[in-house]
Design a protein around this ligand. Structure first.
Ligand SMILES: CC(C)(COP(=O)(O)OP(=O)(O)OC[C@H]1O[C@@H](n2cnc3c(N)ncnc32)[C@H](O)[C@@H]1OP(=O)(O)O)[C@@H](O)C(=O)NCCC(=O)NCCS
Length: 173
């Protein structure tokens, strides 16, 4: 397999970028919207098989302190050969010295641990793109149950408003 990587936004076929993300179910944007999203990102990686884009990733960064990674996606037939690692680590290399955050599908948690990421206990999100998107993320396990508390938080005064894990799972009323 002769895969090459590109980290610039020049002469990119944005339809191919949108198509890669669409095939993995990670976008409902138009080609033009997808172009804007990537062009406004500070860092990008594109994986090519010859002239065709088969994998993408991008990051938003202030160039100094904080960064966030999004849209890591690779066509199915190319998986399992280290290309995903390249899509991620080539971004991480570009962001060296900065704090990097990302959220991912629960099935990828152990993969990111392999790349040096740690789970963040206090990450907070507002999924406001659409109700459908929020519901999907809730059902897929991106979000803790509403009001979720870790066991070491049960007795904290400031956390009393939330429910415990036992309560949210319905085992305790
Ligand atoms: C995530 C994705 C990019 C990985 O691509 P890939 O090329 O198959 O990954 P690699 O072959 O580079 O794997 C690198 C390492 O991660 C491991 N790995 C890959 N996917 C994994 C997963 N889902 N869970 C745990 N480990 C995983 C591999 O076993 C490999 O480990 P090793 O170095 O110890 O052998 C690809 O599966 C994908 O596009 N998935 C759909 C979209 C998605 O979920 N993107 C992430 C959203 S943030």
């Amino acid at each position: 397999m002769d895969i090459t990587y590109k980290t610039t936004k020049d002469n990119v076929n944005w339809e191919e970028v949108r198509d890669v993300l669409q095939r993995v179910g990670m976008t409902d944007l138009s080609v033009e919207e997808q172009r804007l999203v990537f062009e406004r990102s500070s860092n990008v990686v594109f994986a090519y098989d010859k002239d065709k884009i088969i994998g993408v990733s991008r990051a938003l960064s202030d160039g100094f302190y904080q960064a966030v990674i999004y849209n890591v996606a690779l066509d199915k037939e190319y998986r399992g050969h280290g290309i995903g690692r390249e899509l991620i680590m080539r971004l991480v290399d570009q962001l060296k010295g900065q704090n990097i955050i990302l959220y991912t599908h629960p099935r990828n948690v152990s993969m990111y641990e392999k790349f040096g990421f740690r789970r963040a206990k206090t990450a907070m999100v507002i999924f406001d793109k659409s109700e459908h998107d929020r519901q999907w993320r809730e059902a897929s396990g991106f979000l803790m149950p509403e009001g979720y508390r870790f066991i070491d938080e049960y007795d904290r005064e400031d956390m009393k408003r939330g429910r415990t894990l036992l309560e949210t799972s319905g085992k305790k009323k």
